[in-house]
Design a protein around this ligand. Structure first.
Ligand code: DGY
Length: 323
């Protein structure tokens, strides 16, 4: 009988996922869900044949170069893979997998939650109620921004961007987007308006939603200059990756009212929220829970196992990360 391959799992997994994984593999677990440093990952990987990691585990060239020679597969429990140096992995002969599709709906839902939460002052009004500061119904209290009929600008019209657009249609929003290319086959979005530049999109966005990946090109793409191109009083939503926004620029724009409100599920330097955000009443912020439903997290875990099963059966990985 051949020994089961050994998988290093860097984060605690949902029970159903763990049950299926441990039926087919020897698993090095992280039962307490501690955040592992790069050194700890390298040391725990010394007897592993593959790694199942999370989106906050950094696999840069230095880490990848120190993994054991026999380890040729990493699957990430995420659709985003900005934490992995893909060319360096491929140079080391490591195949990579991720978990697309199954988190599209959950992430699009959270995007609408952030949009509505920001527009309707969900954080500050709920806090006033919880803290006993709400004394009466008043015509001028907790006044948010009307959503229906407004223009929603979407940066990145991939799977999640399209799902956001479809949901926003239900709120009678007019859809604008910028993408590398116009999207021609998006069901129900035939009249979405394509902008061939970010600058043009920003100028037409009462609400601006970031749904693109993080890369060298998108790092701090939303900064003082680009924020200035939005209509005064626009709302910014980010459920993609924190570092796409320059926090200081957004904090200043929220303070001055140049940006009326923001809804963020992700932010730079997670899990530490820039202290400048803390005092802002016009911020609705969540702790990176875009894909956090039981169904979605199970499906993501099963996709990781599908990737591992294919790899160890010498079959093509069903959800490969490619260059
Ligand atoms: C992803 O999949 O990239 C998310 O950020 C984690 O939910």
């Amino acid at each position: 009988m051949t020994a089961k391959p050994c998988i290093l799992v860097t984060r605690k997994l949902p029970d159903d996922v763990m049950a299926r994984l441990s039926a087919g593999y020897n698993v090095i677990e992280n039962e307490n869900d501690e955040t592992l440093s790069s050194d700890e990952i390298i040391s725990r990987a010394s007897s592993a044949d593959a790694i199942l990691c999370g989106p906050t585990d950094l696999f840069n060239k230095e880490v990848l170069d120190q993994l054991p020679d026999r380890l040729k597969m990493i699957t990430t429990f995420s659709v985003g893979y900005d934490h992995i140096d893909v060319p360096a992995a491929f140079k080391n002969g490591i195949q990579l997998g991720n978990t697309p599709d199954v988190l599209t709906d959950a992430t699009a839902d959270i995007t609408l939650l952030c949009l509505l939460g920001a527009a309707r002052m969900a954080h500050s009004s709920a806090m006033a109620l919880r803290e006993g500061r709400w004394q009466k119904w008043a015509t001028t209290q907790f006044l948010g921004i009307h959503v229906s009929g407004k223009r929603l600008g979407i940066l990145g019209m991939g799977r999640i961007g399209q799902a956001v657009a479809r949901r926003a249609r239900g709120f009678d929003m007019e859809i604008h987007y910028h993408n590398r290319n116009p999207v021609t086959d998006a069901r129900g979005l035939e009249d979405a308006i394509y902008h061939d530049s970010l600058e043009s999109l920003l100028g037409q966005s009462d609400f601006f939603s970031i749904n693109c990946g993080l890369s060298d090109q998108t790092f701090h793409l939303i900064n003082n200059e680009t924020i200035d191109l939005l209509p005064k009083g626009a709302v910014i939503v980010n459920t993609a990756r924190g570092p796409i926004i320059d926090d200081i620029a957004l904090i200043n724009a929220l303070k001055s009212g140049r940006i009326a409100a923001a809804g963020l599920d992700v932010f730079e330097n997670e899990p530490t929220l820039n202290p400048g955000y803390l005092a802002l009443e016009n911020l609705f912020v969540l702790p990176h829970i875009g894909s956090a439903t039981i169904e979605t997290r199970n499906a993501m875990g099963f996709k990781c196992i599908d990737n591992l099963d294919a790899f160890f059966s010498n079959k093509p990985i069903p959800n490969p990360i490619t260059l």
